[in-house]
Design a protein around this ligand. Structure first.
Ligand SMILES: *Cc1c(COP(=O)(O)O)cnc(C)c1O
Length: 414
C-alpha cells in the first residue's frame, strides 16, 4: 500500500467520495413515438407480423440504418442467430467458430442445428475474436465464423471477413450489444454475410423481446423468412415445408415499439460512444488499469464498459478494488459472466439433448469441451471490472469515475 501524507484518502477509508450524488438513472425509454405506433396498431384488425404495418415500418426503419436487402424481424436475438445458422444448411457435425465470452444465445442455434461451436480465443483487451486464433481453429468441417461485438465494440471485421473469404466461410455478426456501432464507416452487421440483432429489454434499443436477422446475400436472404416461420413461405403463400424450422415470429406489438426505438438509435449510441471514449481517455495512463481497446476505425455502442486490472499490480483483490470504487460512488461490478461458455455444465458434460449429444455419440465430432482452453478469455473474466455506461449519464459522472479509478488504483498500487 502506497500511503503518503499528501494522498487523498479513498472513500472506503473515510475520504470524500469522488461522486457525491447517485449516478444519473437511465432516461425513460418510451414516449410519444412508441405510443403513436401502438395507437396505430390498435386500429388494425390483425396483430400478425406478415403484412403487418408495424413490422413493415420496423423493417423500413431498420433498413435506413442497415441497408440490407432481406430482413426478418423475429422473436429474439437468439432466434435471429438460430435462423442465420439454419440458412447455411449446416450439416450435423459441421463447425462454427465462436468466442467464449458471450450470451448463451450466440451458440444455442448452432447446437439446435446439430452444428458444433468451436471456441477461439479473444484479443486480450478487445474482448473480441482474435483473427490469428480463429485461423488456427479452421478445419475442413468449418462452415462459419460467428463474431460477437462484445460490449458493443466492433470485432475486427475486415480481417475476419478476409479470413472467411479466403476459406469459403460465412461470417455471421452477432450485433446484439452493438446497436448503432460502426466499423470503417459502415454499420455492424453489414460487413459480414449475415447480421443478427437483439431487441430484448436489456439492450439499449429494445421492445421487451425481439430480434432481427438480415442479409443481402442471395444464397441466404430468400430463406430467412421461412426459417423463422415453420418453413411456411409467406412470400408465395405456400405451407408445404421442405425443411424443419421453428416458429420465431415477432408480433405487431413488439414491432410497434421497436419501430419507434429505431429512431432513437443514433442519438443513444452517439452519446454512449462519447461517454465511453471520454472515460478511456482519462484513465489511459493509470498504472495497472487497462481500458478496452477500441479500433480507431470503430464506433462502439458501449453497451457496458469493461476494463481489466493488471495481474499483480495491486495489493488488494478485485473484490476489494470494486468495493472501493462503489464507496466512491461508481456503479461497478467485479466480473461479467462467471466463466467462459465452455466451462458451463451443459458444455462440460455435453448434456445438450436429454443428457446426450447425438453428433458426438454418432461420431460426427470429437469435440471435448473439457479440453478447451482460451487463456485470454479466462484471464479477462478473472481480471475484469464492469462499469455501467448509459445515455443518461453526464460528463461529471464520467469524470468522477475516472478520478475514483485513479485514486483507488494509486491507493492499492504495489
Ligand atoms: C442479448 C444477447 C443475445 C441474445 O439475445 P436475446 O434477444 O436475449 O435472445 C445474443 N448475443 C449477445 C452477445 C447478447 O448480448
Amino acid at each position: 500500500m502506497n500511503t503518503t501524507a499528501t494522498e487523498t484518502p479513498i472513500a472506503l477509508e473515510g475520504g470524500n467520495p469522488e461522486i457525491a450524488s447517485a449516478a444519473p438513472p437511465v432516461p425513460h425509454r418510451w414516449g410519444a413515438a412508441e405510443k403513436e405506433c401502438l395507437d396505430a396498431m390498435l386500429e388494425q384488425a390483425s396483430l400478425f407480423y406478415w403484412g403487418g404495418p408495424q413490422t413493415q415500418l420496423l423493417t423500413e426503419r431498420f433498413q435506413k440504418h442497415y441497408p440490407l436487402k432481406y430482413v426478418m424481424p423475429c422473436s429474439s436475438g437468439t432466434a435471429a442467430i438460430h435462423i442465420a445458422v439454419s440458412v447455411l444448411g449446416i450439416k450435423p457435425g459441421e463447425e462454427v467458430i465462436v468466442p467464449p465470452i458471450t450470451d448463451m444465445g450466440t451458440v444455442i442455434g448452432i447446437l439446435y442445428q446439430q452444428g458444433v461451436p468451436v471456441f477461439a480465443d479473444l484479443g486480450a483487451h478487445t474482448y473480441n475474436l482474435d483473427p490469428a486464433d480463429v485461423r488456427r481453429k479452421i478445419t475442413s468441417k468449418t462452415r462459419a465464423i460467428l463474431a460477437v461485438h462484445l460490449t458493443g465494440n466492433p470485432a475486427p471485421l475486415r480481417e475476419l471477413r478476409a479470413l472467411a473469404d479466403e476459406h469459403g466461410l460465412v461470417l455471421i455478426e452477432d450485433c446484439a450489444q452493438a446497436w448503432g456501432a460502426r466499423y470503417d464507416g459502415q454499420p455492424v452487421g453489414t460487413l459480414g454475410h449475415i447480421g443478427c440483432y437483439s431487441l430484448n429489454d436489456f439492450k439499449h434499443i429494445g421492445c421487451g423481446d425481439g430480434g432481427i436477422v438480415a442479409t443481402s446475400d442471395e444464397r441466404f436472404g430468400p430463406l430467412l423468412q421461412m426459417s423463422g416461420d415453420k418453413a411456411y413461405d409467406r412470400v408465395h403463400g405456400t405451407k408445404t415445408p421442405a425443411f424443419l424450422a421453428p416458429n420465431y415470429r415477432i408480433t405487431e406489438p413488439q414491432s410497434a415499439v421497436a419501430a419507434a426505438q429505431m429512431e432513437r438509435m443514433t442519438g443513444i449510441t452517439r452519446r454512449r460512444h462519447a461517454l465511453g471514449m471520454r472515460l478511456s481517455a482519462q484513465i489511459a495512463d493509470i498504472p495497472g488499469v487497462q481500458p478496452p481497446e477500441i479500433d480507431a476505425k470503430a464506433i462502439s455502442s458501449f453497451w457496458f464498459y469493461l476494463l481489466r486490472l493488471e495481474e499483480g499490480a495491486f495489493s488488494c483483490d478485485r473484490t476489494q478494488f470494486v468495493k472501493a470504487l462503489l464507496a466512491e460512488g461508481v456503479v461497478a461490478q467485479a466480473g461479467y459472466i462467471p466463466m467462459p461458455l465452455y466451462q458451463f455444465d451443459v458444455f462440460k458434460n455435453h448434456h445438450f439433448f436429454g443428457g446426450q449429444w447425438p453428433v458426438r455419440d454418432c461420431g460426427l465430432t470429437t469435440m471435448d469441451y473439457r479440453k478447451v482452453s482460451c487463456p485470454n478469455a479466462e484471464a479477462t473474466l478473472t481480471s475484469c471490472v464492469y462499469l455501467r455506461i448509459h445515455q443518461g449519464m453526464d460528463e461529471a459522472y464520467i469524470d468522477g469515475t475516472a478520478r475514483a479509478l485513479r485514486k483507488v488504483a494509486r491507493h492499492y498500487h504495489t
